[in-house]
Design a protein around this ligand. Structure first.
Ligand code: AHR
Length: 512
């Protein structure tokens, strides 16, 4: 009898626990577009990101390429609908002189990469190669200007070289001589990178004066070229930096402000990318959730100076950062289901803040930090993070459906964080998509989603999950973790019920 009571009690608690996961979609409040640029990426001259990862050179007979860019990478990124790519750094951008990377390759200056390993950089991948690659990918380029060791004049000339009409100056003559007559029309320009650290160790007050000089000189007086100028924001909860920018830079000289956030356990002990404990996993998830507060508090500051939300908040570096894998090149790390959890959770947060967050760039695209692609000579694998971004691409440029969520907690010892996160959108054809992430790697979740007024009678979906949160793809087994068809959801009379396994990401599509 005692045993039976215990079982019933357990079942009740379990049921009670399950009943906590409730989501309501406010379809009547769907107004804001989720910019596709939230799904952007970042490529830096670091480790094997550019060379080997994206670019293998035109003379490479072993790896099929187009103008030196790997064909397998091009295909994978086009399948992802990559909307933009930030380049050339990161800290590398803070000492990069773009003129070193143009013209005949045998005449380009070799430089030392002062940010990443002091290796020789032959500059064979430069402005033309990057912008042509973006065209191949159908992605908008996002250039980071060197405001540390560079000059205002260099930035002004970079804009002219890339954007101005033919024959307007020696710079556009140079562009033509280098094989490109029509301008690329680069819209996104980051003015500096981490100016509080590798970008010059500046104070906010010093930075804003310099920013204004660059932002004014790079455009004509009224910015008829439509440049989207992005100021450096904080990489920590330093909201006074944001306040200094917002208060002092006229809104006509500022289109975006960037923040950085890495999910790192501890900078002194970052832990292995694929052999980690449950505690390390939990701490990574706590760090990933911090982006919610960083976005909310930065947005509050921005709202005070820009109530109409004209200036975008841009998270142009984000992702998990662990120790470099043994034997790996700089910042090379494996990518496991833990990273899929960071991606699913973070992208839900970005979507839900789409009114202010209008661009983000995962760090970094290939072979560095939380990559979507890893390469090894002629081999390539798609990581769990790739699969999450691919599943979530349905949200690109769709209309956000705001939601309310009550979720169970993911508990570790005395600490707890929200287990389930979600975001939803309606696309141009009227289909509703809901993305769900359960970061609890021990407990599954039963979720009830109310969609008042919905006539949906049909639900399909895909799921990314695996037995262990450490699971990942390898070059010998590249399909160990891949999305599967998901059938455990039912919808009827405006109520959708979903069963989520531990550590899983699900994207559902609802139709009438
Ligand atoms: O993404 C790696 C580095 O992290 C970037 O170069 C820098 O901007 C940040 O600190």
């Amino acid at each position: 009898m005692k045993k039976l009571n215990l079982i019933i009690l357990f079942q009740l608690c379990f049921a009670g626990l399950f009943a906590q996961n409730k989501i309501t979609l406010n379809t009547d409040q769907a107004r804001t577009i989720i910019s596709k640029h939230i799904y952007g990426h970042f490529a830096e001259h670091l480790g094997r990101c550019i060379y080997d990862g994206l670019y293998v050179g035109t003379g490479n007979a072993n790896i099929p390429n187009t103008g030196g860019v790997r064909n397998d990478v091009i295909k994978a990124l086009k399948d992802l609908k990559i909307p933009n790519l930030r380049w050339p750094g990161g800290c590398f951008a803070d000492t990069y002189h773009w003129k070193d990377g143009i013209g005949p390759k045998n005449e380009r200056k070799a430089i030392e990469n002062l940010s990443w390993g002091n290796v020789r950089e032959d500059n064979s991948f430069g402005t033309d190669e990057f912008l042509n690659m973006c065209e191949l990918l159908g992605a908008e380029p996002y250039l980071a200007v060197n405001m540390n060791s560079g000059t205002v004049q260099e930035a002004v000339e970079w804009v002219q070289y890339t954007n101005h009409a033919n024959r307007t100056s020696y710079l556009t003559d140079l562009r033509e001589k280098n094989g490109r007559s029509t301008p690329w029309k680069v819209k996104y320009w980051g003015i500096g990178n981490e100016s509080w650290d590798c970008g010059g160790n500046m104070t906010a007050d010093y930075y804003i004066n310099l920013y204004k000089q660059y932002a004014t000189a790079m455009t004509s007086y009224s910015n008829t070229e439509g440049l989207f100028r992005i100021a450096v924001g904080p990489g920590t909860p330093d909201y006074t930096w944001t306040e200094t920018v917002m208060k002092n830079v006229p809104l006509k000289r500022l289109e975006g402000i960037s923040i950085h956030h890495y999910s790192v356990i501890n900078w002194a002990h970052k832990g292995s990318s694929f052999q980690f404990s449950d505690q390390e996993y939990f701490t990574t998830m706590q760090q990933a959730w911090r982006i919610e507060e960083l976005i909310t508090k930065n947005s509050e500051v921005m709202d005070r100076y820009d109530a109409e939300k004209k200036v975008a908040l841009i998270v142009d570096e984000w992702g998990g950062w662990y120790e470099t894998d043994p034997g790996g090149t700089q910042l090379y790390q494996q990518n496991t289901m833990r990273d899929a959890m960071i991606a699913g959770l973070t992208l839900n947060i970005f979507n839900n803040h789409a009114d202010r967050v209008r661009m983000a760039n995962l760090a970094q695209i290939v072979n560095v930090l939380q990559s979507v692609i890893l390469t090894n000579k002629e081999k390539l694998l798609l990581t769990p993070t790739y699969h999450v971004m691919e599943m979530y691409k349905v949200h690109q440029d769709a209309t956000l459906i705001p939601l309310q969520i009550t979720s169970n907690s993911f508990v570790k010892g005395e600490n707890k964080i929200q287990a389930v996160s979600a975001s939803a959108s309606k696309d141009a054809t009227g289909k509703v998509h809901i993305s769900l992430t359960n970061i609890d790697n021990v407990n599954g979740q039963e979720i009830e989603i109310g969609i008042p007024g919905s006539k949906a009678s049909h639900v399909t979906g895909r799921i990314l999950t695996s037995l262990k949160i450490q699971d990942h793809n390898t070059f010998d087994n590249p399909t160990n973790v891949i999305p599967q068809v998901y059938k455990n959801a039912v919808v009827s009379k405006g109520i959708l019920k979903v069963s989520m396994p531990p550590g899983s990401v699900i994207v559902l599509e609802l139709t009438d």
